[in-house]
Design a protein around this ligand. Structure first.
Ligand code: HEM
Length: 508
């Protein structure tokens, strides 16, 4: 993973050796569905392992593993908590804020932010826009509302200039969060080296900027509200305030984690979706989507916004849009890397004819699970049609096939450790897709030729990885510009993905 080629490497090992691959003396990668479901869903394997003495069953040492490094402000959070019981206690109170009912209750807030993004695009007509930064701003402005209160969300959509060629690197907060992620994944298997490497790489200085920004927002909220008023707010900070004994470092650890987890994943997902729709080979889907949105929703005669009068229509009346979104989740899962768990104390795990003993790390990478033959052919290609009924397929056959697809999907994880913000992310993505790609004023968007003069006209293929080596080779701007869009949109190969060069330019 340190060379940013880990995911592809593991995937190739699966193609060569099958659904169970031993990666090291103490780690297995698994794509066999019944075992995957046992690990994540049925038995909820933990993220840390307690060594027990055989006779007294007293814990002697806790092995913390991959997730332990994801704390903030010297405190653990939901994501980095290894112990199953402690995790469940932390998750329960937060689930209310991220339930589908709660998200839909705040759909007006979502609509406002999304329309803000649409206005930004409309005012950029015939201009070039870095949509990677733009979607990042939307994701941040939305998630901070759920974290800090709907009147305290960030305002990056109005504060940044997305036509600026340096926009990607200009915003210190985004750069800081990006540095945090890249460092976490660089030391992922040796989290004990985190502090040393952050100093050695100089990232300790940039990373502080993002943490300070989060801290500033916390201070803003706790000074602007009395404790009583804060408790009446419907957001993460108000839920945690008394529960965490008003310990701001503990609360901050959770808030920073959700902000990071919620922003770049949603940003990456929307960016790849737009790129796919803008590719010449997918013109048919771009047109079908526009027609579908226009047939389901009315258009505001004053500002030409798509009026999402009922968010349920996004789920129930839009098969084309949902097929496009599902295919994008499959192909460009924002977290496609190995989700490591420990075989717990007890009987061990039976795999084939072998017994895997407690303490061994077992993992599945969504990248590989999403490329199983159950999904059909051309597994690296964007083909929304696989999610729609085939000709001559009966309704029951179609439902059974999709059920089987869903069992292999892991975009948001599976089981108890599944994504806390899934309903927020999915609702936001659907509403954003309908609002942007269903808006007739924006229908001429295409890949910016000043950014990329080699657009693949036929291909639907996507590519993964080859991080640092490739980046070094294309530091020369002319070499970089000559790359095809497929090359530029290679997915960075770490636990998460993003476009390898952190940008994606469209002409609107
Ligand atoms: C497209 C957007 C998103 C994707 C693809 C995504 C994906 C995931 C995945 C795969 C996991 C499990 C990781 C693992 O076990 O290794 C996860 C966990 C998590 N996600 Fe998301 N996520 C998204 C958006 C969000 C948002 C908007 C939030 C905001 C709160 C969020 C907060 C979290 C948290 C707190 C966890 C840890 C849950 C736990 O340990 O119980 N995510 N996410």
């Amino acid at each position: 993973m340190r060379k940013e080629q880990g995911m592809l490497h593991v995937h190739n090992l699966h193609l060569k050796y099958g659904p169970i691959v031993q990666l090291s003396p103490n780690e297995l990668s698994i794509t066999d569905l019944p075992i995957v479901r046992k690990i994540y869903l049925n038995d909820n394997y933990p993220k840390e392992f307690s060594h027990l003495t055989s006779n007294s069953k007293k814990i002697v040492k806790i092995e913390k593993g991959f997730y332990s490094q994801f704390g903030n402000f010297c405190n653990k959070n939901l994501f980095s908590t290894g112990d199953t019981r402690e995790h469940i206690n932390k998750k329960k109170p937060l689930q209310k804020i991220y339930s589908k009912t709660f998200v839909l209750h705040h759909s007006k807030f979502l609509t406002e932010k999304i329309n803000n993004l649409v206005d930004n695009l409309v005012s950029s007509k015939n201009q070039n826009v870095d949509v990677y930064s733009l979607f990042g701003a939307l994701a941040m402005d939305v998630v901070t509302g759920f974290e800090f209160g709907f009147n305290n969300s960030s305002n990056f959509l109005n504060e940044s200039d997305f036509q600026n060629p340096n926009v990607t690197y200009k915003n210190d907060v985004f750069e800081s969060f990006r540095d945090s992620s890249s460092l976490w994944f660089w030391v992922c298997m040796t989290p004990q080296l985190y502090s040393f490497v952050s100093k050695w790489s100089g990232k300790d200085k940039t990373m502080v900027i993002g943490r300070k920004w989060i801290w500033g927002k916390i201070m803003q909220v706790v000074t602007n509200y009395t404790a009583e008023d804060l408790k009446k707010q419907d957001c993460t900070i108000s839920v945690l305030y008394d529960r965490y004994d008003r310990d701001l470092a503990k609360i901050g650890s959770e808030l920073a984690d959700h902000t990071l987890a919620g922003a770049d994943t949603t940003q990456t997902t929307l960016t790849y979706l737009m790129w796919q729709l803008a590719r010449p080979a997918n013109k048919e889907w771009k047109e079908k989507l526009l027609d579908e949105v226009q047939s389901v929703f009315a258009i505001d005669p004053i500002d030409n916004h798509v009026i999402i009068d009922d968010y349920n229509k996004l789920d129930l009346q839009m098969p084309i849009m949902n097929a496009i979104i599902k295919e994008n989740f499959r192909l460009h899962a924002a977290i496609p890397g190995s989700e490591r768990r420990f075989v717990p104390n007890g009987e061990g795990l039976k795999v084939g004819g072998y017994k895997i003993k407690p303490g061994i790390v077992v993992s599945t990478q969504p990248y590989s699970l999403h490329r199983q033959n159950v999904f059909g052919n051309d597994l690296d290609e964007f083909k929304p049609e696989r999610w729609l009924p085939f000709a001559k397929e009966t309704a029951t056959e179609y439902q059974d096939r999709i059920k089987e697809f869903e069992r292999h999907m892991m975009t948001f994880g599976q089981g108890n450790r599944m994504c806390l913000g899934m309903h927020l992310a999915v609702t936001e993505i659907k509403a954003c897709v309908a609002s942007v790609f269903g808006n007739k004023q924006l229908k001429n968007y295409e890949i910016c030729t000043e950014w990329c003069n080699q657009i693949d006209t036929e291909s639907k293929t996507t590519k993964m990885g080859y991080g640092n080596k490739l980046i070094d080779k294309f530091k020369d701007r002319q070499n970089y510009l000559a790359l095809s869009d497929t090359e530029k949109m290679r997915m960075a190969d770490s636990y998460t993905i993003r476009p390898l060069f952190d940008e994606c330019w469209m002409t609107i």
